[in-house]
Design a protein around this ligand. Structure first.
Ligand code: SF4
Ligand code: SF4
Length: 351
């Protein structure tokens, strides 16, 4: 079975041209979007870290918000706290950054919400009991709302080689502990010279693996279950995150988490914006970031796997530079199809 993927080709660097293209795509698609009156519509996006300048342009979000409001729905933008240090590690800094990068209410005409609370610990836990993921914690509105819109800036990625819709859902719609579990099965440890001995990690550890010794916390590696809660709890960035992981296992975990999250929504609308495609994702790129593909355009589908596969295929054809780590994310797509995340085959419909 094939899913439809809509694509508007735009290779311009001009923000106005890009916006006009997006409006044209929205105009074509909007009749198929059906919402209840006053239905809350969560719009997932990433504003990028403070140094990132190639993240989604807020003008796209404003155009989308107005289209959703035309349909008498109530859109809101949301993201979650990241696991590494920076201005998106807690809700206050994250919201201040969103404001300064043009994602404030007055610019986008919808509120921006940090969906996993002040420190990325809030949410609802689900037991998955899958081989690679036993349990996850996600924002509590997941399971309460019918529709979801996901807007993703297409980038390269240090592990998977490619990041778009699936990664935006799997990482961006889970709590910090679940982000940690996807990144690594290796257990965290303590950076002693950063530890203030506040004891917050001791309180949250579900298996009492952490004790304070000489005002420094210590993790008993035999007891630790790698849940990542201590990472969220530590305000001093003293819990070391082990980033090393087999790339395919990392990708399979993301597929598993995304599959579960998306199963909780009836109507799912995904946009991939393939502009300014940097080698690293928006968490780590800056104004000097290397572009790995030409500007390409905007993709839409109700099937996140078809969308990401089509995006990957088209940017590979369209760009002049060979695709990095293509084998890894091709395997990721195959696994996604096996677990029912979507269709690997698609009809590409050019607008
Ligand atoms: S929360 Fe951080 S600073 Fe506080 S005791 Fe634990 S590791 Fe140390
Ligand atoms: S990862 Fe979880 S189980 Fe391990 S020390 Fe941290 S809070 Fe405790």
């Amino acid at each position: 079975m094939k899913s439809d993927v809509y694509f508007i080709r735009i290779n311009s660097k001009d923000a106005e041209v890009r916006l006009e293209g997006f409006k044209k795509l929205l105009h074509k698609l909007a009749p198929s979007f059906v919402f209840e009156e006053n239905e809350f519509i969560p719009v997932k996006l990433t504003i990028g870290d403070s140094a990132c300048v190639y993240n989604l342009n807020p003008v796209f979000l404003k155009a989308l918000v107005l289209e959703l409001k035309n349909k008498r729905a109530k859109p809101f933008l949301f993201d979650t706290c990241v696991i590494y240090s920076g201005e998106r590690q807690n809700a206050v800094d994250h919201l201040n950054l969103a404001q300064s990068k043009g994602f404030g209410h007055s610019r986008v005409e919808a509120p921006f919400i940090i969906a996993d609370g002040l420190f990325g610990q809030d949410g609802r836990e689900y037991v998955l009991n899958e081989d690679l993921i036993k349990a996850i914690k996600v924002p509590s509105f997941i399971g309460m709302l019918n529709s979801l819109v996901v807007c993703s800036h297409v980038t390269g990625h240090i592990v998977s080689g490619f990041a778009a819709g699936i990664k935006n859902v799997a990482m961006g719609m889970s709590s910090r502990a679940t982000k940690q579990v996807q990144h690594s099965s290796l257990k965290p440890s303590i950076i002693k010279n950063k530890c203030t001995g506040c004891g917050c990690c001791v309180v949250v550890c579900p298996v009492k693996a952490i004790t304070l010794k000489d005002d420094k916390s210590v993790i008993d590696q035999d007891t630790c279950i790698g849940c990542g809660e201590c990472i969220s709890a530590c305000k001093s960035c003293a819990v070391y995150i082990n980033w090393h992981e087999d790339p395919l296992i990392f990708c399979k975990r993301m597929n598993t988490v995304a599959n579960f999250i998306l199963s909780k929504f009836k109507q799912k609308l995904f946009f991939n914006f393939a502009f300014d495609i940097t080698k690293g994702c928006d968490c780590e790129s800056d104004k000097n970031a290397k572009m790995i593909f030409d500007n390409c355009g905007i993709f839409f589908s109700t099937d996140v796997l078809s969308l990401d596969k089509a995006t990957s295929d088209v940017i590979s054809d369209y760009g002049k530079i060979s695709h990095p780590q293509k084998a890894v994310h091709e395997e990721m797509f195959k696994h996604a199809a096996q677990i029912g995340l979507g269709n690997l085959e698609y009809n590409l419909i050019q607008i």
